[in-house]
Design a protein around this ligand. Sequence first.
Ligand code: NAD
Length: 310
Amino acid sequence: MKRKIALIGTGFVGSSYAFAVLNQGLANELVLIDINKKKAEGDAMDLNHASPFGSRICVRAGDYEDCHDADLVVITAGANQKPGETRLDLVSKNAKIFQTIVAEVMKSGFDGLFLVATNPVDILSFLTMKYSGFPAHRVIGSGTILDTARFRYLLGEAYQVNPQNVHAYIIGEHGDTELPVWSHAYIGTRPVSDYLKEGKGPDKEQLDQLFTQVRDAAYQIIDLKGATYYAIAMGLVRLTQAIFRDENAILTVSTLLKGEYGLKDICLGVPAVINRSGVREVIELNLTEEERKKLHHSAHTLTRQLQSLK
Ligand code: NAD
């Protein structure tokens, strides 16, 4: 089966994703598109030189017309956060860039799925849907997939279990107003609330600190090394697998809400079923009143940002 990916933006995030796609043999063709053509060409050469070590993917630098028969267009192009900047600070710069990029992709006759990682990812997923005219299920934002991974990693460390056996979600904005869904956080088969009642593992204050670490992880990494890219690249790979293998996997992505959680006309991170057609459906968690309020606050923050753009 043909699996062609057009990757737009071969910076830190894009090139890490390309490397991970190559490593896992997830596509037969990977086209790299960047405003900096030399970077895309250099990456294509470098990645192709790995083929004697096992990769059978054709990688090349290309242009927007190469999107016409792509199954997946992954967008990681645009400005990234500078130290002290929030993700929402990037909005007007990246909204303009996306207007051009999505128009160029659509001009090619592209008829696949969009996967968006550029920040602020919730706003840009919404704009990709608007600019492309695609139905909501064909635009997937990486949403809180990375935050959820950070959450599971830290919970795994705290309870000394494999993070793959931690079932817990971060939802809402991929940014400062995101929230942990403690009411549905499980270590294997047992709710975190059971451990709290029994006085086993971290106490309430330590769990609150753990969430703060999740929420502020990007600021910390950006202070340390200027950008974050490996974990989001793996998150994008996980989404690519779920799409190409038609997995019906439940992952926290940014998708349009149409009344779920009492919200609509906004994209934000929620668990959803992902398969070859994109977002099959949003999973509606039974939130506590406090969690619901926080989710609505997150949605209103994003709605205000969208309105300020208009
Ligand atoms: P980067 O600066 O290393 O790379 C951006 C790339 O985009 C560059 O190669 C640049 O030449 C290219 N580009 C810029 N304008 C373009 C245009 N008009 N057309 C084509 N290419 C263009 O940045 P990065 O660290 O790779 O981050 C990329 C984006 O991903 C940022 O917005 C960042 O905030 C975001 N990000 C998202 C997550 C997430 O969880 N969703 C995590 C980390 C980073």
